[in-house]
Design a protein around this ligand. Structure first.
Ligand code: ZN
Length: 140
């Protein structure tokens, strides 16, 4: 996918629309890094959503480190506590990414009610699934 061009720059393709984007300093990047960089530079709707999501994750982690890290004085937390918070940010952001890709429609590992035990059970399962989606929606 990566094409070499003038010194230091390369082309990467946006993950969502496939458009070629010049990545400054891209010559040293691996193909996945180049794709990531191109996606972060692309102006298509999906790429912008992704950029906002990624920035949110980055900012959230920075804030955790500022508020509870080495320089936080009396609020400084042990490394393990900060790690839990950082992991929680990842979990939140990853979950949101999953639902944007539509995986929540058949994912969420709910039991399959299609084994002849009646329609009502199936409907209850769907309601539960919708509730799970609504919880995910808090993180807009
Ligand atoms: Zn794009």
């Amino acid at each position: 996918m990566a094409k070499q061009s003038k010194a230091g720059a390369s082309y990467g393709a946006c993950r969502f629309c496939g458009q070629s984007v010049i990545v400054e300093d891209g010559a040293e990047m691996t193909a996945p890094q180049l794709e990531e960089a191109a996606t972060m530079l692309c102006g298509c709707d999906e790429a912008i959503k992704y950029q906002q999501e990624k920035n949110r994750r980055t900012v959230a982690k920075q804030r955790i480190n500022e508020l509870f890290g080495e320089d936080a004085g009396e609020y400084k937390q042990p490394e393990t506590v900060r790690e839990i918070m950082l992991n929680a940010v990842d979990a939140i952001c990853d979950k949101k990414n999953e639902s944007r890709n539509g995986n929540d429609q058949n994912g969420a590992s709910l039991p399959d009610h299609a084994n002849g035990k009646g329609q009502n059970k199936g409907r209850a399962g769907n309601q539960r699934q919708q509730r799970i989606c609504a919880v995910g929606g808090i993180w807009q």
